[in-house]
Write a protein that binds this ligand. Sequence first.
Ligand code: SF4
Ligand code: SF4
Length: 251
Amino acid sequence: MTNSSSTRVQEFIGDPLSEEPIVDRGKLEAVFNDIQADMRYDHELNGCLNCGICTATCPAAHYYDFSPREIVQLLWTENLEGIHDAMQEKIWSCAQCYTCAARCPFGNSPGGLVMIMRETAIKHGMESAKSVLRPFSRVMLKLISTGNQLAPDMITADHFPDWGPNISKVDAPLDLLRKAIPMPTLNTTKTAWEVNLKTSVELFTIWEETGVLDQLETIDENLFDVIEDFMEEKREDLEDWEEEQDDDDDE
Ligand code: SF4
Ligand code: SF4
């Protein structure tokens, strides 16, 4: 397994043209150590020929100032400043399509490495992570509180003008149409499907135990507070329901 005493770590390079303040070396090392300590790291990075096949096939590289080859090179050469710099913007351009992983002759997964870097950016509460994820807070709230990302009620002609004439399909009486679906969990337009109370509480527990909610707290404390209150309510509802069931069984 790779470790931080590896000889490839580059000494301070710096950017003489940059007006950005120099990031403390200890912080750079802490960020890189977290990336390198991820159990997926050695699996996703096996070496790099700098051939650029990954970049040639990467859709994000086609549209943005982003190159998977550059990301892999920064990690492979352990360029701590370059890695930190890429985490401020570039890593958020990846579409996570993994075309790069299918093409790399070394069996690297640049997309997988980007995923590790994103998670590390969240763990370190980087501003880039906060600003990229901020527009998704409504979706996160919806997902965590209902188990669904999008509800039929959210799809309206005003919000989706780019659908053109197809929007007439959702302008139909969805309430009525949904009631005709034989699966009862789909007889609603408030969520895509109804998630059972027990399943919701189990999902909360998974998010808690896997550290997802800790990550959320790091990047959006207000949203975390709202979700925590919501979870508390659902847990109480489940307890009440279970007590009712016990009472019914006793009768
Ligand atoms: S990651 Fe793979 S495909 Fe990309 S430059 Fe390195 S060796 Fe080539
Ligand atoms: S996973 Fe990311 S880096 Fe890889 S090809 Fe897709 S967009 Fe590019």
